[in-house]
Design a binder for this molecule. Structure first.
Ligand SMILES: NC(=O)c1ccc[n+]([C@@H]2O[C@H](COP(=O)([O-])OP(=O)(O)OC[C@H]3O[C@@H](n4cnc5c(N)ncnc54)[C@H](O)[C@@H]3O)[C@@H](O)[C@H]2O)c1
Length: 424
């Protein structure tokens, strides 16, 4: 390998698109993932990530992209980007085990002059206090002197056709200023704009600030949605009107709860860090409390709608439409559809689901029956709960076919006056 080569550690939703973009920007890219299932299927030309197609893999394979689960095949890359998961531990604190393991891998293949960039979301101080000493110990070199070390938050938005890696500004923060220079030079070749943070800590904080901002604002509209229903106010219409203000307001929308790998998890990393100071991060804890109650609220609203139509939830046939955490993608991580299904089932509902992106769906230790034909599933169901408005759904048609419909996304009714349709 030449010194211009890039190693991406962790080939998931973040690492794979980055590897593809780097390969298309002229780098010789190697992907390293501990999962042989992933590296073997990528080497066979199959992508497991929504935003990367098999054709993309074929294209970058022809440009020299290769993957391995064997550390001895890595060589000595000039740039190492760490994109491994940062989940929560059992105590809901940070679980940095994958970051630590990936740091050791990086340390073993790192040579003088290389750049290491941590992209996994984590609390401020991780790069300096956790990654740096471990890396220095494993490789025997010094950060800021012999090699460069930065944090660069990933801002990928799966399913977003407008903003991808190239046209989303990339933030970098170095443990020293010269480290940041090296990262600006690298990322400047694969992204249109690189934004320099004061240090790695500010770069780490940037990502958590962005996600906490979303988390708190979603909780705000979720709480408002609950009392607006009781007050007889159409919050969706109020948001539509407020969003016409050209300054000082950004619309956020209520929903059945927050999902994905970022919003439900990342703010915990920040509240963990704040708690080390001896006090809580109250905004985040409140947002968590409100957002995590939304699945139970959806189930109560489902029961209420059935009740208004002289039906009990116990024994009702309930069809869940769209069970992924986000529209138009297959990712089910932390999807609120799980707790909703669980609660509906424990109250006696007979469940089926329909989702073009999910071939099989397990809730707890039981599989939920998949509706293959949407029209007959709509006809069979006592109640339909729209959880995810995938663009392929013909919402007006669904509203007409469903006996009763609870729309948790506020996309169906609006000016629609179909009886039996309720917006959450
Ligand atoms: N998914 C998103 O939309 C998103 C957006 C921004 C930031 N992030 C952050 O980026 C990081 C990665 O998230 P993701 O969604 O890509 O995760 P992912 O689970 O999709 O992929 C992570 C990959 O890392 C591999 N892995 C785990 N330990 C490893 C190790 N020691 N060495 C090599 N490979 C290893 C796993 O096998 C997996 O394929 C997380 O910190 C996440 O919070 C995710």
């Amino acid at each position: 390998m030449s010194s211009a080569d890039v190693l991406v550690i962790g080939l998931g939703y973040v690492g794979l698109p980055l590897a593809v973009q780097a390969a298309r920007s002229g780098f010789q890219v190697t992907g390293y993932d501990t999962s042989t299932r992933i590296t073997e299927s990528l080497m066979a030309g199959r992508s497991h990530v929504d935003d990367v197609t098999d054709a993309d893999i074929a294209d970058v394979r022809s440009l020299g992209f290769r993957c391995t689960s064997d550390e001895s095949q890595i060589g000595s890359p000039g740039v190492i980007v760490i994109c491994v998961p940062t989940p929560l531990s059992e105590a809901d604190g940070p679980d940095l085990s994958a970051v630590l393991a990936a740091t050791c891998t990086a340390g073993r293949v790192l040579g003088p002059g290389a750049l290491v960039s941590l992209e996994s979301t984590t609390y401020p101080g991780t790069t300096d206090e956790v990654v740096r000493p471990l890396l220095e110990k494993v490789c025997g070199l010094q950060a800021g002197v012999d090699f460069s070390l930065v944090f660069s938050p990933e801002r990928i938005d799966p399913g977003n056709a407008q903003y991808g890696l190239r046209n989303t500004p990339k933030v970098v923060g170095g443990v020293t200023s010269s480290c940041a220079d090296a990262a600006v030079s690298f990322y400047g070749k694969i992204c249109d704009q690189v934004v320099r943070a004061k240090s790695a800590r500010e770069a780490e904080m940037t990502k958590l600030l962005e996600n906490t901002y979303r988390h708190v604002n979603i909780a705000l509209v979720n709480e408002i949605a609950i009392f607006c229903h009781e007050l007889g106010v159409d919050l969706w219409d109020a948001i539509r009107c407020a969003a016409t203000k050209p300054f000082g307001f950004q619309p956020f929308y209520p929903g059945p709860g927050v999902g994905g790998h970022c919003i439900p998890i990342d703010p915990n990393y920040l509240s963990y860090k704040v708690r080390t100071l001896g006090y809580p991060f109250r905004f985040v804890e409140l947002a968590q409390e409100i957002n995590s109650r939304m699945p139970a609220y959806v189930v109560d609203r489902a029961a209420e709608l059935l009740n208004q139509n002289a039906r009990a939830l116990n024994g009702a046939r309930v069809l869940l439409l769209g069970v992924t955490y986000k529209r138009d993608i297959a990712d089910q991580r932390e999807t609120p559809a799980q707790p909703i299904a669980h609660k509906l089932r424990s109250r006696g509902a007979l469940l089926t689901y329909h989702d073009p992106y999910v071939a099989e769906w397990q809730v707890g230790d039981r599989t939920v029956a998949r509706a293959e034909d949407l029209e007959s599933a709509l006809a069979d169901a006592d109640l339909v709960v729209l959880l995810q408005a995938h663009t392929c759904y013909d919402l007006g048609w669904i509203a007409r076919k469903a006996r009763l419909l609870l729309d948790t996304r506020g996309v169906i009714s609006g000016d629609l006056t179909t009886p039996g349709v309720q917006v959450m």
